[in-house]
Write a protein that binds this ligand. Structure first.
Ligand code: GSH
Length: 216
């Protein structure tokens, strides 16, 4: 089975899913959705039919009858990938560690990224606000919380010594942190984990610069 990921090279939520696909060796194809050009392809009829939130990622999975099932929300997609291709696991086996990994992932997924999403930044700009200062503040706060909450859980990676869903959320968020000029000095524990992830072939392959729609 080969799946299709509707994605944008710099979308952090798409990036999480790309890492998952590569880690598990899932055959896939990337279908770019340009979030900026001409006001954003995500707002077009074709993409809204895939995702009424007008966002990426969206995963299209063959339904076995010539059509596809669609799945939105990176965390739901990662959960499905993990259940379908269990190795390597994205979630620790121990129930407490599993919950800790989800906790750290959700600080990014629910508590940080949505506040600096493109649509929100455009709205802030429209209201006369400073979108870069806003983005910098919310990312700095979110990542500081990840680092604080990871204490006692981390080993080589955010939770223990194996990559988990928490690391899949961390790496793209750190990339966004740099784009917004967040001071990473106080976040050195996270940057060290990021460096370890960067050595893993799946993380390398999922990097924005290597995507078919990359503009580098
Ligand atoms: N909760 C969603 C978030 C998706 C999301 O925010 N996607 C962003 C890119 S990272 C997007 O498509 N933004 C388009 C826009 O704001 O217009 C997920 O995890 O998939």
């Amino acid at each position: 089975m080969s799946v299709t990921l509707y994605a944008y090279w710099r979308s952090s939520a798409s990036w999480r899913v790309r890492i998952g696909l590569h880690l598990k060796g899932v055959p896939h194809r990337i279908e770019p959705v340009h979030l900026v050009r001409d006001g954003g392809e995500q707002h077009g009829e074709a993409h809204r039919a895939r995702n009424p939130m007008a966002q990426v990622p969206v995963l299209a999975v063959p339904d076995g009858a010539g059509g596809v099932h669609l799945l939105t929300q990176s965390m739901a997609i990662l959960d499905w990938l993990d259940a379908t291709w269990p190795t390597p696991a994205l979630y620790p086996a121990d129930p407490w560690e599993r919950a800790r990994a989800i906790e750290l992932a959700e600080i990014v997924n629910a508590g940080t990224q949505p506040l600096q999403n493109l649509g929100i930044l455009q709205a802030i700009e429209g209201l006369g606000g400073d979108k870069l200062a806003w983005g910098r503040d919310v990312i700095a706060k979110g990542l500081a919380a990840v680092q604080a909450r990871a204490q006692g859980a981390s080993g080589a990676f955010l939770v223990g010594d194996a990559v988990s869903v928490a690391d899949l959320c961390l790496v793209p968020q750190l990339y966004n942190a740099r784009r917004f000029g967040v001071d990473l000095q106080p976040l050195s524990a996270l940057v060290e984990i990021e460096a370890r992830c960067a050595e893993i072939p799946a993380f390398k392959a999922a990097h924005p610069d290597l995507q078919p729609d990359a503009q580098v």
